[in-house]
Design a protein around this ligand. Structure first.
Ligand code: CS2
Length: 493
């Protein structure tokens, strides 16, 4: 089978090999502008919209993807060749897979090349929604105080030069200003990141920025723009070269950047939009009045569960999340963490059986065909742990609950940040915007066991709690003395 390059012209031929969009992509209007077109956006929001286009028409909801950073040039180049088409490969635990071409992204703009085009697209009358997956770090807040970080040099630049945006805040305000001045209604800002109250947080940050830059605009935003909270979920590992090879060999399709994901898919959204929204309920999205309990459940169980496995196994040496789950100590540790430390402070989620939810997480983590790397999970832990894990410790301290499981993760994180090798001496690839600060704090541990915790932007005032510091100190000392992580985990079980 001669492999065929994925692009618009070849779709007819490719459709004889794998399912392709049956809707007319030329017809699509761009109702959504999405900032941050990583694998997750493509396996989740873009897939939902694709289904809507396939089954229900809804041609006004095509997506324009935007990359704000130079690092997005790779995807821009691939999309330029492939007319924004890509393949989604859903991997089931039993080894079966579904492979299909997704067509909901119609345009892609690289902001660093042409900022005005991005602003114009967001300010276009057809644009009804600007959605975001810019990661936890993209919201530019201090993890503890949750105040907007005005110290960021790009933010300073944008405040002084409103027509030269660099961050999402500069782009959003420039586009909203343009809409207001043209007498157009605003768009809805739809955050799809793993932050509790992600919409409220986006609102708070946009307003903090706008108030400094243009108080009148801030008032208009405050009054008119809606920021629904959302809970998003689908495990999407980083694409590997093997995925690209297999797609070519097994299906005869050349796609330079396909996306692999698990079958599980969930999107819970607050039904609070500035204007029209796509009828996503037709494809399984849950619209609810209050998304907070769902977000909390997902962040505290799934994302924190991932971080627990990730940090501990980075040091122990399991390369992937499914490999961790194949190790009875890691699997039991994670479940015990969820049962003993998360569940007691979680509260109830209407309509969800928490025990079943945890069972399903175990199955999802164990999916042997996802091969989600521990490196992906550990990346940007300095933005993740203050949201996923530390609040659980804080609440258990207040409620006199168990803290050992989560504390061991923080002690291991200190060692990981300091040594940057695993127990077998193999180097770890650490990806974290705060990597240098983390290392600097961690390396004083031998002289001062609490040194790593003296980073208020991450840990707040946790060091004031004696029960916590004693536990942490005991664990971090044991790890530095050569205690094996797996043994420490097993001692807690
Ligand atoms: C992961 C998430 O590293 C992480 O933050 O927990 O990317 C996770 O895979 C997704 O949130 C699943 O929906």
């Amino acid at each position: 089978m001669e492999p065929i390059q994925l692009n618009h012209r070849n779709l007819g031929q490719i459709a004889s090999r794998i399912p392709c969009p049956t809707y007319d992509r030329q017809e699509l209007k761009l109702g959504i502008v999405h900032i941050g077109v990583g694998g997750f956006h493509r396996s989740h929001q873009a897939y939902y919209i694709h289904q809507l286009l396939e089954r229900h028409g809804a041609t006004e909801w095509g997506i324009c993807g935007v990359g704000l950073r130079e690092a997005d040039r790779n995807i821009a180049d691939v999309f330029a060749k492939q007319d924004c088409l890509y393949t989604l490969i859903t991997q089931h635990p039993d080894g079966t897979e579904e492979t299909e071409v997704i067509g909901s992204l119609k345009e892609f703009l690289l902001a660093v090349d042409d900022p005005d085009r991005v602003i114009d697209r967001m300010a276009h009358p057809a644009t009804k929604i600007v959605s975001l997956t810019i990661t936890e770090g993209g919201y530019n807040f201090n993890s503890v105080s949750e105040a907007f970080d005005f110290g960021n040099p790009d933010i300073q630049h944008e405040l002084q030069h409103p027509t030269e945006p660099r961050t999402v805040f500069g782009y959003l305000t420039a586009a909203l200003r343009k809409r207001r001045d043209a007498g157009l209604p605003p768009f809805t800002l739809l955050s799809c990141d793993n932050i509790q109250h992600n919409g409220d947080m986006a609102r708070k940050m946009v307003l903090a920025f706008a108030q400094k830059q243009d108080p009148e605009l801030a008032e208009w935003i405050e009054e008119k723009v809606r920021f629904p909270n959302t809970m998003v979920d689908r495990i999407t590992p980083v694409t590997k070269s093997r995925d690209i090879e297999q797609l070519k060999n097994n299906h005869g399709v050349i796609d330079e950047w396909p996306v692999v994901c698990e079958p599980y898919l969930q999107w819970v959204v607050e039904d609070k939009f500035s204007g029209d929204r796509p009828p996503l309920e037709k494809v399984g999205v849950q619209f609810v009045p209050d998304v907070a309990p769902y977000e909390r459940m997902k962040i505290r169980l799934l994302n924190a569960g991932h971080s627990v496995l990730g940090i501990l196994s980075a040091i122990h040496g399991h390369p992937t999340i499914d490999a961790c789950m194949g190790d009875p100590v890691f699997a039991a540790f994670t479940r015990e963490f969820m049962d003993r430390e998360v569940t007691p402070v979680l509260g109830t989620v209407e309509g969800v059986d928490i025990e079943q939810y945890k069972d399903s997480l175990e199955e999802r983590f164990a999916n042997p065909n996802i091969k989600d790397s521990v490196g992906r999970i550990c990346s940007e832990s300095s933005a993740k742990l203050p949201k996923f894990l530390i609040p659980t410790i804080r609440e258990n301290l207040a409620a006199d609950g168990s803290i050992e499981f989560a504390t061991l993760v923080l002690a291991a994180w200190c060692y990981y940040s300091d040594k940057q090798v695993n127990e077998n001496g193999e180097p770890l690839e650490i990806i974290d915007a705060m990597q240098a600060e983390l290392k600097e704090a961690a390396q004083d541990t031998p002289a001062n066991s609490l040194a790593f915790l003296q980073q208020p932007a991450i840990f707040g005032n946790l060091t004031n709690d004696k029960r916590f510091t004693q536990e942490y100190e005991r664990m971090v000392r044991t790890i530095y003395r050569g205690g094996q992580i797996r043994q420490l985990m097993s001692d807690l079980l």
